[in-house]
Design a protein around this ligand. Structure first.
Ligand code: ACK
Length: 302
């Protein structure tokens, strides 16, 4: 990794502290791909001779300077984030003698959206699975809130909270993943949405994010969390079917249009979603308040 792509020698020190020698990695199989990166399953050789299963994120095209910048930014966001049990952990970084690679904690049960689709199929055959599995999903939402509380404490905005980005690790623990869009609130202050990109998660974005000169805060992640609650109650359906385009959605939201109440949730749970979708971010609850409400009412889904 050329030092010119780092903003300071402090950055270099941060990377060195967390360096992993790439010869310790043995790639096993492809897990999937995102906008600019591949994720592969690999084993990481431990000093005691054991092999730990990990996920490795790398670029599709190492020559693309924008992609390199994006992965480097993702790396530093994860370093700033530090350790939390409900955020996918960064085990280390390979940056010498080859392309930049992030070594991540492996999520053996894949993403939450996929899990919801499976549940939808199962529930068509037997409705009782919903009630039987309710507590698992209630618990996952509490866990995501804990992760969001940690991000807010670290002054980080994720900007892409959605079921597809919640990964499920061993024992069914939900962890926030994919920091590709995340930002440091204080370092950036505000930023302009990239209008040329259609990769932004528009249907999960708060109105201030849909606007051009947006001020993203932890409360923008709270809006997305409300959409995530809706995705769970709708067993992984896509929000606002048929509605495309940031402009149309913004206008609808400004005119008080909201996602309708899912059949598989209580009125109370829907009221919590509506709190997350307050147009004015200042009156949205924070992650701690939402977590307490979820804990006080653990039977809101299905
Ligand atoms: O949604 P998925 O099944 O889970 O497909 C994507 C793909 O790689 C591209 O991001 C999967 N993925 C990402 N990070 C991890 C991880 N830490 N453990 C397991 N799978 C992962 C993700």
């Amino acid at each position: 990794l050329p030092e010119s792509s780092l903003s300071s020698s402090i950055d270099m020190e941060l990377l060195k502290e967390r360096e992993i020698d790439r010869s310790r990695l043995q790639v096993q199989q492809m897990l999937g791909e995102g906008a600019f990166g591949h994720v592969v399953k690999a084993t990481l050789a431990q000093p005691d001779g054991d092999n730990e299963v990990v996920a490795v994120k790398k670029l599709k095209d190492n020559e693309d300077p924008n992609a390199r910048k994006a992965l480097l930014r993702e790396t530093f966001t994860m370093l700033l984030c530090g350790h939390h049990g409900n955020v996918i952990g960064l085990k280390g970084i390979c940056f010498r003698d080859g392309p930049l690679q992030l070594v991540l904690e492996y999520a053996e049960h894949g993403n939450l959206l996929h899990l919801l689709w499976t549940l939808r199929t199962e529930s068509k055959l037997n409705r009782t699975v919903l009630v039987n599995k309710r507590h698992i999903f209630e618990n996952m939402m509490v866990e995501v809130c804990c992760g969001l509380e940690h991000l807010a404490n670290r002054r980080l905005v994720h900007r892409d909270i959605a079921a597809r980005n919640i990964l499920i690790c061993g024992k069914g623990t939900a962890k926030i993943a994919d920091f590709g869009l995340a930002r440091d609130m204080y370092a950036v202050g505000y930023h302009r949405q990239d209008r040329n990109s259609d990769l932004l998660p528009l249907k999960w974005m708060a109105p201030e994010g849909l606007k051009n000169e947006a001020l993203f805060t932890d409360k923008s992640d709270v809006w997305s969390f409300g959409v995530l609650l809706w995705e769970v109650a709708q067993l992984g359906r896509t929000p606002y079917p048929g509605m495309e385009g940031a402009g149309r959605l913004y206008d609808a939201l400004e005119n008080h249009f909201r996602l309708p109440r899912p059949l598989l949730c209580t009125e109370e749970r829907y009221q919590l979603m509506l709190q997350c979708w307050k147009f004015n971010e200042k009156i949205r609850p924070d992650a701690t308040t939402i977590r307490k409400q979820l804990e006080a009412d653990p039977n809101g889904f299905f």
